[in-house]
Design a protein around this ligand. Sequence first.
Ligand SMILES: [Zn+2]
Length: 176
Amino acid sequence: MVKATPIRFNPDLLAREAVQYQAELPLAQFTRLADLLHEPAGGMQAVFRFSKRKKMVFIAGRLQANCTLLCQRCLEPMQYEIDEPFELVFAVDELAAKAMPEAYDPVILDENGQIHVVDLFEDELILHLPTVARHAESDGCKLQEFAYRDTKSDVAENSESEKRTPFDVLKNLDLN
Ligand SMILES: [Zn+2]
């Protein structure tokens, strides 16, 4: 049985039901993430279960999203797919989060012990964005690899010729 996740919920209550939950949200609702995208099109889907261990509530499952980024090589839009497992643990406040073992990935609940699905998944989505977005080799980058190499060697040649400018000779003469 798969249940839809409420937009805001108390994880402790949901953890009492041993069911699988799912969530679907437009990426545009993740404002910090949307700032990092070329355009906030598409959505995020997640399926997960809650579990309770040592009085802590964990959430584990899989997260998927298709993000539109700008290729930093050819400056054309590109699709980037996030499809990752995740496990997070809920913390009542900042202090409780800091007290947790380092391997844990805490998310902090509000003062009512609840969390909004956007706050639950936003950092996790941002974490999986590439540091530098680039088309894959086979994915039709407008600037082909050979063109990229040519650009690099042009730069190298330019700096070489700068070193051998006739003015260097004049500078040397001035010194004498
Ligand atoms: Zn590209």
